[in-house]
Design a protein around this ligand. Structure first.
Ligand code: MN
Length: 232
């Protein structure tokens, strides 16, 4: 049997330190997982259950290590925000995963940007409509290579940061996540069966802000990696 139209290439991220690839199945994202960011978005950062949204797998943009890629400014927005996040790369599937076993499902970690059309997201919030046009647009998930969990252990603390044109805009610590990586996996797997290849973006610390054409964005998570892009 032949495909009747061209089959799209499977999205993938390179694995750090070698020529291997991590195939991407789905991208799940956690909303408001750092208290100070919840506050800056006008929400109560109390420990209410985490909520999730998705980006399509082909929103992923692989940023090669040490390189600065050109990232085109998104269409249909005048308020394009950066959100730096720790990304969990799921290597083993499951549903209703207990917190104590959750990290054994993580194959590796990456640094990702949850790019957001904040104006459109805000309009959708106001109207009680889905967030897709604000969150799930083309190229909305640039990411670093995936570092195998065996190489870094499972990070529970460590700096997470983002610079725009050399000026620090976002600065936090993984220890400040309201819901830990293990808790996020446990909760998410109660809504969806996780499968190998799923990526989970775990939320952003405070300091989100708008980008403009020409900006140099540099971001990283201590011990995991960095990524660099120029908004064109
Ligand atoms: Mn986010």
């Amino acid at each position: 049997m032949a495909f009747v139209i061209p089959q799209q290439p499977a999205p993938a991220l390179p694995v750090a330190g070698g020529g291997d690839l991590f195939p991407v199945r789905r991208i799940y994202c956690v909303g408001r997982n750092y208290a100070a960011h919840a506050r800056e978005m006008g929400s109560d950062p109390s420990r209410e259950p985490p909520f999730f949204f998705c980006k399509p797998a082909d929103a992923v943009v692989a940023v090669p290590p040490g390189e600065c890629i050109e990232w085109p400014y998104a269409m249909a927005t005048s308020s394009l925000h950066h959100e730096v996040e720790l990304v969990l790369a799921v290597g083993r599937g499951g549903e209703n995963i207990p917190v104590e076993q959750a990290l054994s499902h993580v194959w590796g970690y990456a640094v990702g940007l949850d790019m957001t059309r904040r104006d459109l997201q805000g309009q959708m919030k106001e109207q009680g409509r889905p967030w897709e046009i604000g969150k799930a647009f083309d190229r909305s998930a640039p990411m670093s290579p995936v570092v195998p969990a065996g190489a870094v252990a499972h990070p529970e603390r460590g700096g997470i940061w983002l610079d725009v044109n050399g000026v620090r805009r976002q600065q936090g610590d993984l220890a400040d996540m309201i819901w830990s990586a293990a808790e996020v996996i446990s909760r998410l797997s109660g809504w969806f069966r996780l499968e190998p290849g799923d990526l989970i973006m775990t939320g952003t610390p405070e300091g989100v802000g708008a980008m403009k054409v020409g900006d140099l964005i540099e971001a990283g998570v201590e011990g995991i990696g960095t990524l660099r892009l120029k908004v064109t």
